[in-house]
Design a binder for this molecule. Structure first.
Ligand code: SME
Length: 162
């Protein structure tokens, strides 16, 4: 297994996801520990796109609990239906927030965050097991291209959640 990412010298996100998805698939191949997999997936996304904060919250009972991430310190726990993460969990869908200040109940872990995307991740039994949360310092930084590309990356984790 290689531990080096070979990324195209471009800012084109379709090209970056096209390159990244198989490489992360290779990186996670044979890995059975979900924490190791989340740690390397967050590092790979951070390295490829340079976003402010890239990380996971895991569903634990009635809360989301902070998992592996890359970026500044963040809040440890988020309630069901709270903030962007808790809402994506409750509604079981990807949320793209172009302007975090206009999202009612947004939890501001960092004053530098301007826009956000949250992708729910299912376990093998179909329930939501975690969310991938990404914050950008650029307003309106996320689109359906990211929802699709990040969704493909998150699917790689699904077999690892009990
Ligand atoms: N902004 C998120 C909280 C998590 S941090 O961004 C890392 C939310 O509103 O759920």
């Amino acid at each position: 297994m290689t531990t080096t990412l070979d990324l195209p010298a471009t800012t084109d996100r379709v090209a970056l996801y096209t390159s990244l998805v198989p490489q992360v698939g290779e990186l996670l191949h044979d890995e059975r520990d979900v924490v190791a997999a989340m740690a390397n997936l967050s590092a790979a996304v951070k390295q490829a796109f340079g976003w402010h904060w890239v990380g996971f919250y895991r569903v634990m009972g009635a809360e989301l609990v902070l998992g592996p991430f890359q970026g500044p310190v963040a809040c440890n726990r988020i309630g069901h239906g709270r903030g962007v993460c808790g809402t994506a969990w409750a509604e079981e869908r990807v949320l793209i927030v172009p302007d975090v200040e206009k999202f009612p109940g947004h939890i501001a872990c960092s004053p530098l965050s301007r826009s956000e995307i949250v992708v729910p991740i299912r376990a093998r039994d179909g329930r939501i097991a975690a969310v991938l949360d990404i914050d950008s310092t650029t307003a309106d930084d996320f689109s359906e291209v990211d929802a699709h590309g990040l969704g493909r990356l998150c699917i790689l984790l699904e077999p690892l959640f009990e």
